[in-house]
Write a protein that binds this ligand. Structure first.
Ligand code: ADP
Length: 635
């Protein structure tokens, strides 16, 4: 179809409709999108403000946590929260409470250890003279000593000498004895720990792998929970030693929080060593984790409270409970100190160390998906409704236009069909009249035939005009059927007989079959006759080969059926409904003359009689049109 035809009525309306709809839809979408964007920016701003506030609260909470620690400096250690210790140190002593929270100490306590000189004789026998048995005799006397530190030194040596002689049981007995001395120092270690160690070495030497692993595991476990008061280097060395004896399997790593606590205690102790008369409060990053320290010191006394990462975390947790918000700290080098800065935050606030007043950069970020705002939801719903409306409206308009266009096409086909129908009788009439007028018809006989031809053609014209007029009236809604009681058999007989005489029926065998004793029907004689005539006319028209046509009247239930049957061209099932619409002509009909209004009229008439019309047809086998009429209701 040429493009410009789309701009002619009725398509013009369609194009206009589409254009207006599209333009308004585009304008609305743009507006909606702009509003959505603005809302989004506003929401983001609001969330940023929320995060700023949260960052302030986090800094405040940490400050408060520090102040809380300060308050505990002077109170007793009892009731200290988890992951916190109170450190009190003098020039010679150092106390960490509650006990067992430090895996190592800032310094090892200067516990009284028996000087090696006390064992000079035994050592001489053992090491120089290589006479462990003699050394044992000497040492056995010393283990009776009242001084625990002497006993410890003697037991350790006794075990060693017994081991040299291969007396493992005796050596182990000496170590068990030694273990009972607990914190008493021997060779720089608490006796308990020295006993574990000595046993490990014994098992190693004796090749008793299973016992070695168990003993080393016990040693490692105690070191991991701060079993002894030893300095960091000693702790580290023996921890590694124990791990070496144990593995495989790899021992479980030491709890990071405990490491931080020990490191923090060490930090504050060293700080005191450097500057004895000071006090202060400090956030720290130790072992890549956060810690807090407050302290108060004089030249001879230090008191400090040290808190590990859990305390920092719970201080933050007390103000930030929203699971959609991630809070993290990183140090000056950008390494995470607490939490992990979100990799893809939706919105985030970053406070540098200078801004936050903390030694770390604070990252507060929202990682949860943005909650849809009520306004946005409303807009989205509006947009969806609009789209739906457009689709549905477009569909209906398109359908209506398509229908209109089809009707316009049918109408134009109808006009040409009608003109065609008119042309042939008119041409005949004109030619016959010319013949008569020019007196060129010889004889009365011939003239008579011309006259009857004239009558026939004008009848045809008349019928056609009548049909068109009737159709016009039906379309205009001005037809009123005058129903009266009628004998259906009589009506069908009359119409069939009249039809047989009609020139269109010439050569056809129109048979009538009527059931006797049928009830009367309420019918408009003329209209029903026209309907039946139309059906008979079609039956003849569309049966070019088989010339048998049947008109049948029969009873059906309480009503009556008038059936017109032929054995002609038949109608494909796809057209069974369509052909009852006005102007519609079936496919095989194109070769046959017609206007496409006959069946529309039949249906109109049948409906006017509160009846129904049915079609049963198959291409090539013929068609049966059945009119169902209710019996007349007698008053
Ligand atoms: P017209 O006969 O003028 O075309 P109608 O409304 O009477 O219009 O019929 C509509 C169409 O139905 C016809 O064009 C034809 O295709 C089909 N039709 C009607 N009656 C028959 C029939 N008896 N046999 C085959 N086709 C029929």
């Amino acid at each position: 179809m040429p493009f410009r035809l789309w701009f002619q009525a009725p398509r013009r309306v369609l194009v206009l409709f589409v254009a207006i709809t599209l333009v308004s839809a585009a304008a609305l979408s743009w507006l909606g999108w702009r509003t959505l964007e603005q809302n989004r920016a506003l929401d983001k701003q609001r969330e940023m403000e929320g995060l700023e506030l949260l960052a302030d609260r986090v800094s405040g909470a940490l400050d408060r946590a520090l102040a809380d620690l300060q308050g505990r400096l002077d109170s007793p250690a009892a009731g200290l929260p988890e992951d916190t210790i109170l450190l009190s140190a003098g020039l010679k002593d150092l106390e960490a409470t509650p006990a067992g929270r430090l895996v190592y100490y800032p310094v090892a306590p200067a516990g009284a250890e028996s000087p090696p000189a006390r064992f000079a004789a035994a050592d001489e026998l053992e090491l120089r003279r290589q006479d462990p048995a003699a050394a044992i005799t000497l040492l056995r006397r010393q283990i009776e000593n009242g001084d625990a530190s002497v006993r410890a030194g003697a037991l350790l040596r006794l075990g060693r000498n017994e081991k040299k002689l291969g007396h493992y049981a005796e050596a182990l007995a000496a170590y068990s004895e030694l273990a009972r001395l607990g914190e008493v120092r021997v060779e720089g270690l608490p006796a308990g720990m020295a006993a574990h160690e000595a046993r490990c070495r014994l098992y190693e030497q004796a090749g008793r792998a299973k016992e070695l692993a168990a003993e080393a595991a016990a040693l490692h476990a105690e070191l991991s929970v701060g079993g002894w008061r030893i300095a960091r280097a000693t702790w580290q060395f023996h921890l590694e030693e124990a791990a070496r004896w144990m593995s495989p399997p790899e021992p479980a790593p030491v709890d990071g929080n405990q490491l931080v606590l020990a490191a923090a205690a060490e930090w504050v102790y060293q700080r005191w060593q450097a500057d004895r008369d000071s006090s202060g409060r400090q956030f720290l990053t130790l072992e890549e984790q956060p810690a807090m320290v407050v302290w108060k010191a004089t030249a001879s006394k230090l008191r400090a409270v040290v808190a590990g990462p859990r305390v920092v975390q719970s201080a933050i947790g007390s103000v930030a409970r929203d699971p959609g918000v991630s809070i993290a700290f990183s140090d000056a080098a950008g390494l995470a100190v607490l939490g992990r800065p979100a990799t893809r935050p939706r919105v985030q606030v970053v406070r540098s160390a200078a801004e936050s007043g903390l030694p770390w950069t604070l990252h507060v970020a929202r990682t949860d998906p943005a909650p849809p705002s009520a306004q946005n939801r409303f807009l989205a719903a509006g947009g969806a409704m609009l789209a739906l409306l457009l689709v549905v409206g477009g569909y209906f308009v398109f359908r209506a236009m398509a229908r209109e266009m089809a009707v316009a096409q049918l109408q134009s086909d109808f006009v040409s069909a009608v003109s065609h129908e008119f042309r042939s009788p008119l041409t005949s009439i004109r030619q016959l009249s010319h013949l008569l007028a020019s007196d060129r018809v010889p004889g009365d006989d011939q003239r008579g035939r011309v006259y009857s031809a004239l009558v026939r053609e004008s009848e045809r014209l008349h019928t056609l005009v009548e049909a068109l007029l009737d159709f016009g009236r039906m379309e205009g809604g001005s037809v009123r059927y005058r129903l009266e009681p009628l004998d259906p058999v009589q009506l069908v007989t009359e119409v069939t007989e009249a039809f047989r005489l009609n020139p269109a029926a010439a050569g056809y065998n129109v048979q009538l079959r009527a059931e006797p004793g049928l009830p009367r029907v309420a019918a408009d004689r003329e209209a029903l006759s026209r309907a039946l005539w139309n059906l008979l006319d079609n039956a003849v028209k569309y049966s070019p080969e088989n010339k048998d046509v049947f008109a049948e009247v029969a009873g059906q239930g309480s009503g009556v059926t008038i059936r017109v049957r032929d054995q002609g061209l038949g109608i494909p099932a796809s057209q069974h409904k369509e052909i009852f619409k006005k102007f519609v002509r079936g496919n095989p009909a194109s070769a046959v003359k017609g206007t496409g209004i006959g069946l529309a009229m039949v249906e109109h008439i049948v409906r006017g009689h509160r009846g129904r019309i049915l079609l049963d047809s198959e291409p090539g086998k013929g068609s049966t049109f059945t009119i169902l009429l209710p019996a007349e209701k007698r008053p």
